[in-house]
Design a protein around this ligand. Structure first.
Ligand code: BV8
Ligand code: ZN
Length: 254
């Protein structure tokens, strides 16, 4: 492991452009449940009943209640050393694109903390492309208007004040298209990256899971950090086994 850490650090150090792709594992040490690993949400809930447009049409109150519950959980969580290390990396160096599948907003919070502690005015370079949206926003299911997440509405989704349609969380559900500008920017960054650093994702959900392959096919290297093997492991240049809260600070600096 120390040798792999050294190799990964050197690859990152020598890279001009780095794409970092994160998943639920990066927030696990903050107390946010993952989806598919032990204790993950999809071990107790069926995604078809909660995270699809059909589920919301069928039972908007149930879907809304589940997302309000998750918002409550996340409100109790704070960024961990993995988020902090990535945020500081993005503010210290040019050429870093952070892409997250997470909807918990913890990378944003870490970016603000890092900007404060480094005395940097603008935390934006450490804000991730959130390819699956963000829980801290709602979106109208009718007119698409985005608003800050509603903290009320325990009995079901509130109605849009513009068009009267129910609000929904501003996340991407299964079977829905990702925002083409956001996933397009991520794919462009993957194409030009010398290194794709993939942390805490099962790499099962597409198109996000295809980003490392884009880097690999354009002669970049893929470094994976995960507790367990994934479909990416076999083709990764380096695969580091361990918690992201410990491994990321070791390879990118803390
Ligand atoms: C699309 C909503 C075009 C937000 C999520 C067959 C049937 C149906 C669909 C498909 C199909 N084949 C392909 C598809 C497309 C589908 C897809 O990929 N399905 C797969 C699952 C088969 N994709 C889509 O539908 C996407 N849209 O393609 O549009 C289209 C249009 C119309 C029709 C078809 C296609 C939209 C995908 C968006 C899904 N939204 N959630 C929410 O409520 O949160 S998915 C969910 O998975 C989360 O958003 C999450 O971001 C994402 C990825 O999960 P991970 O982050 O990887 O988390 P996971 O728990 O899986 O893994 C955690 C990992 O961390 C593990 O490996 C574990 O070992 C590791 N770990 C844990 N702790 C640690 C750690 N590692 C290190 N340290 C630790 N401490
Ligand atoms: Zn509306």
């Amino acid at each position: 492991m120390p040798e792999l850490v050294q190799q990964a650090s050197a690859m990152l150090e020598n890279a001009q452009r780095i794409l970092v792709l994160t998943g639920a594992g990066v927030s696990a040490e903050s107390g946010v449940p993952t989806f598919r690993s032990e204790g993950g949400l999809w071990r107790s809930y069926r995604p078809q009943e909660l995270a699809t447009p059909e589920a919301f049409q069928r039972d908007p109150a149930l879907v809304w209640e589940w997302y309000q519950w998750r918002r409550g959980l996340i409100a109790e969580c704070a960024p961990n050393p993995g988020h902090h290390a990535l945020a500081r990396l993005a503010l210290r160096r040019d050429g870093i694109t952070l892409v997250t599948q997470n909807v918990d907003g913890l990378h944003h919070r870490a970016a603000r903390d890092a900007a404060d502690s480094l005395g940097v005015m603008n935390p934006e370079p450490a804000f991730p492309l959130e390819v699956h949206g963000a829980l801290h926003r709602d979106r109208c299911s009718g007119c698409g208007r985005r608003t800050a997440a509603c903290t009320e509405g325990d009995s079901g989704p509130p109605d849009c004040t513009d068009c009267g349609a129910p609000l929904r969380p501003d996340v991407v559900w299964f079977g829905e298209s990702l925002d083409p500008r956001v996933i397009g920017a991520a794919q462009e960054a993957a194409l030009h990256a010398d290194v794709c650093l993939v942390a805490g994702t099962s790499a099962l959900v597409y198109p996000a899971a295809g980003l490392p392959e884009i880097t690999r096919q354009s002669d970049g290297v893929v470094i994976e950090v995960n507790l367990a093997p994934t479909p990416l492991t076999a083709s990764a240049t380096l695969s580091l086994r361990g918690p992201t809260g410990e491994v990321l600070p070791m390879i990118v600096g803390s």
